[in-house]
Design a protein around this ligand. Structure first.
Ligand code: ADP
Ligand code: MG
Length: 383
C-alpha cells in the first residue's frame, strides 16, 4: 500500500478555489464528487463556480481581510486563472499551501518572463522581443520578417490585446499607450496547434494527457480533439517538452502547454497556463481521469490518475455567446443532444455576449475524426 503522507489533503477536507468562472466550476464539481468541500472566492455567488460550491466568500481580491477570512477555512488553495494578483496568492499561502505558487504566477502572468524562462531552460519558443513602439516593431521585423504579432505582455486571454501586423504601416494601429509592456512575436505559419496538459504533484510525480489538437477561430479556441494527428515521435516530443516545462517551473497542479507544430521535428512552445485548460475539457468524458480531477489529486498530494483515453476518439466544441440569438431565444439544445454520444456543458452564465465562453459540447466516438464530425453536427444543429 502507498504510505499515507502528512502532506496529503484527504477527502473531507476543504479546498479553496480563487476565481468563480467555468474552470473553477468544473474543478469544484470534480473535487466535490471526491468528497471535498470547496470554498470559492468570487465577486458574486452567482458566478459559475459560486453556483456549485459548498460555500462562497465574496469580495475583492485585494481586500486583505476578506482574503484572510477565505484562506483560513482551507487546507489547500488553488486558482482557476493565472491573472490573479500575486499579492492575493501570497496572503493565501500564509494560511495554507497554495498552488500554483506566486513564483509560477509571476512567470505565467507575463509573456516576456515566460518565454525567457523557457528559452533559458533550452526549450524552443516563438522568436520574440520586448517592444514599445512602431519603431521597435520595425527593428524586430528587419530581423524576423513580416507578419509580426504584437501582444500585451500581461493580462491577455482569448486573443485579447493582440495585433497582427502585415507591414510597418500597421504598427501605427497598436494602442501603445494602453499597456505598460508589449511583446513582438514572429508570426509562425504553423502546420497545426496542439497542447499538452501535464500534472505534477507535490511529491514530484508527473503525468501527461495525450496531446490535444486545437483549431482556433479569431484567436479563440474553437474545436479540440484527441488523439491528435501528431506522429508518435511528435507526441513524445510534445509530452517531453511539457514535462520539462512543469519541472522548470517546479509546478504543483496542472499546466497546459500550447504548441505550434511547425514540421516533423519542430515544435515551439506558444504559451503556458498553470491550470486546467479549455483544450482539456474533453478529458471529462474521454479519459479515465479528467484534467479537473487530476488537478485535485495533484494539489492534494494524492497519486495521479490514469490519463489514458477510454474511447477511440473525442472532440470538444466551444459554445460562444454568439450562438444565442438577439431575440433571447435559447439554442436548440434538444437538437444537439439528439446526436449520439454528445454531452452538453453549460457554465451557468446568464449574459450571452459575443465571444464569451458560455459552455461546450463534447462528443466521443470510435475515432477523433468521427468525434469532430459529431460535435460539429451537434453545434450546427443549435441554430
Ligand atoms: P491567448 O492568451 O489569448 O490564448 P495566444 O498567444 O495563445 O494568446 O494566442 C491565441 C492564438 O492566436 C494562438 O493559439 C494562435 O492561433 C494565434 N497566434 C498567437 N501568436 C501567434 C504567432 N506568433 N504566430 C501565429 N499565430 C499566433
Ligand atoms: Mg493561448
Amino acid at each position: 500500500a502507498l504510505e499515507s503522507n502528512e502532506s496529503m489533503v484527504m477527502p473531507g477536507a476543504t479546498i479553496g478555489m480563487v476565481g468563480g468562472g467555468q474552470l473553477g466550476r468544473m474543478f469544484a464539481i470534480a473535487a466535490m464528487q471526491m468528497g471535498y468541500d470547496v470554498v470559492v472566492f468570487c465577486g458574486s455567488p452567482d458566478e459559475p463556480a459560486g453556483q456549485v460550491a459548498t460555500r462562497t466568500v465574496v469580495g475583492d481580491l485585494l481586500d486583505h481581510a476578506v482574503v484572510s477570512q477565505f484562506a483560513q477555512q482551507c487546507q489547500v488553495i488553488t486558482l482557476e486563472f493565472e491573472n490573479i494578483p500575486a499579492e492575493t496568492i501570497r496572503w493565501c499561502s500564509e494560511f495554507a499551501p497554495t498552488y500554483p505558487s506566486h513564483h509560477v504566477l509571476a512567470t505565467a502572468q507575463d509573456r516576456l518572463v515566460e518565454k525567457t524562462t523557457f528559452r533559458d531552460a533550452g526549450l524552443a519558443v516563438t522568436p520574440y522581443a520586448a517592444v514599445d513602439s512602431a519603431a521597435g516593431v520595425g527593428e524586430f521585423a528587419e530581423q524576423h520578417g513580416w507578419p509580426v504579432i504584437v501582444k500585451t505582455a500581461r493580462s491577455g486571454y482569448d486573443g485579447k490585446g493582440q495585433y497582427r501586423l502585415d507591414g510597418q504601416a500597421d504598427a501605427a494601429a497598436v494602442p501603445w499607450e494602453s499597456a505598460d509592456a508589449w511583446i513582438a512575436e514572429k508570426w509562425i505559419s504553423f502546420d497545426r496547434e496542439a497542447s499538452v496538459v501535464v500534472a505534477r504533484s507535490a511529491a514530484g510525480e508527473v503525468r501527461c494527457f495525450p496531446p490535444f489538437e486545437n483549431d482556433h477561430r479569431n484567436h479563440i479556441l474553437d474545436v479540440s480533439f484527441c488523439p491528435s494527428t501528431l506522429s508518435p515521435a511528435q507526441q513524445q516530443l510534445a509530452n517531453s517538452i511539457a514535462t520539462r516545462a512543469a519541472d522548470v517551473l517546479q509546478l504543483v497542479g496542472v499546466l497546459c502547454v500550447e504548441f505550434f507544430v511547425v514540421d516533423a521535428e519542430t515544435i515551439l512552445i506558444n504559451e503556458v497556463a498553470p491550470r486546467p485548460h479549455n483544450s482539456g475539457h474533453l478529458t471529462i468524458e474521454a479519459c479515465h481521469t479528467s484534467q479537473f480531477e487530476q488537478h485535485v489529486r495533484a494539489v492534494c498530494g494524492l497519486p495521479l490518475g490514469s490519463t489514458e483515453l477510454r474511447v477511440g476518439g473525442a472532440a470538444m466544441a466551444n459554445l460562444l455567446g454568439d450562438l444565442w440569438s438577439v431575440d433571447g431565444q435559447h439554442p436548440s439544445w434538444d437538437q444537439a443532444l439528439a446526436v449520439p454520444s454528445v454531452s452538453l456543458h453549460l457554465y451557468g452564465k446568464t449574459d450571452a455576449k459575443v465571444g464569451r465562453k458560455m459552455g461546450h459540447l463534447t462528443a466521443t466516438a470510435g475515432s477523433a475524426s468521427e468525434a469532430v464530425q459529431a460535435v460539429n453536427q451537434a453545434r450546427e444543429s443549435l441554430i
